[in-house]
Design a protein. Structure first.
Length: 239
């Protein structure tokens, strides 16, 4: 079984996504580019809370399963292949329909507002796809969606969900986790009926710049802790 450590990272991310309620049934998909036009991706037949390293599929750029006994969903293949190809910085691509950020994506002109400290992590790093054209189950729609990401690391998909991309699974997962945290605070604040208190643009930009200095180091440490916790309580994810 090739790419064992990469498989463990991806399986761990899927399990933690289930633990934090960032998943939806056996839908949604996480992928990791392990070589040029070669990707690990989760099959749709396994619940994320039970995902193991050996369950993950190794596929090529044509969608052919090179290693694995299950199948890759069409939308997973077309969306993720396009994202990896369009954005060199997107080695890990995590796509979910997690509830709070998706709720924002389901509002007219929905944006992650710069109203909480966690939201400031995404200042200047989040792109928006305003169009919803149905399931991304063909190459054309996958490419259209991927074109919206640009050099950003997060993409909010209208009427759909979100994508976080990064150089490693751990960095992308750290963004996914805090994106939903920021969205939850925004939704709860809006429920008070009072106006959202925006952080001034110059403060938001300066705070983001300060965060950026050690964000990758922090994200890697966060991921190391999460992997260690999973090693203790659910070591079979490595199987």
């Amino acid at each position: 079984m090739r790419y064992l450590e990469e498989r463990c990272d991806l399986a761990a991310a899927l399990r933690w996504a289930a633990h934090y309620d960032l998943h939806e049934g056996i839908c949604n998909h996480f992928s990791l580019e392990v070589a040029e036009d070669l990707y690990l991706i989760n099959p749709w037949e396994v619940h994320w809370s039970r995902m193991k390293a050996s369950d993950l599929l190794l596929i090529d750029g044509e969608g052919t399963v090179i290693e694995g006994a299950r199948t890759v969903e069409d939308t997973a293949f077309f969306i993720h292949r396009a994202m990896h190809r369009a954005a060199p910085h997107a080695k890990a691509v995590l796509h979910t329909h997690m509830p709070y950020i998706t709720a924002i994506a389901c509002t007219e002109g929905g944006r992650l507002e710069m109203v909480s400290q966690n939201a400031l992590r995404f200042h200047g790093r989040i792109a928006y796809d305003e169009e919803y054209n149905g399931l991304g189950n063909d190459a054309e729609e996958g490419a259209r969606m991927a074109s919206k990401l640009g050099n950003h690391t997060t993409l909010l998909l209208a009427n759909h969900g979100a994508i976080c991309a990064g150089p490693t699974v751990g960095v992308a997962f750290d963004d996914l986790y805090y994106l939903e945290k920021a969205a939850k605070v925004q939704v709860l604040a809006a429920m008070t009926g009072k106006s959202l208190k925006q952080v001034p643009e110059e403060v938001a930009a300066a705070t983001r710049q300060t965060m950026a200095a050690d964000q990758q180091e922090y994200a890697t440490s966060h991921w190391t802790v999460l992997r260690g916790m999973l090693d203790e309580r659910e070591p079979d994810y490595r199987d």
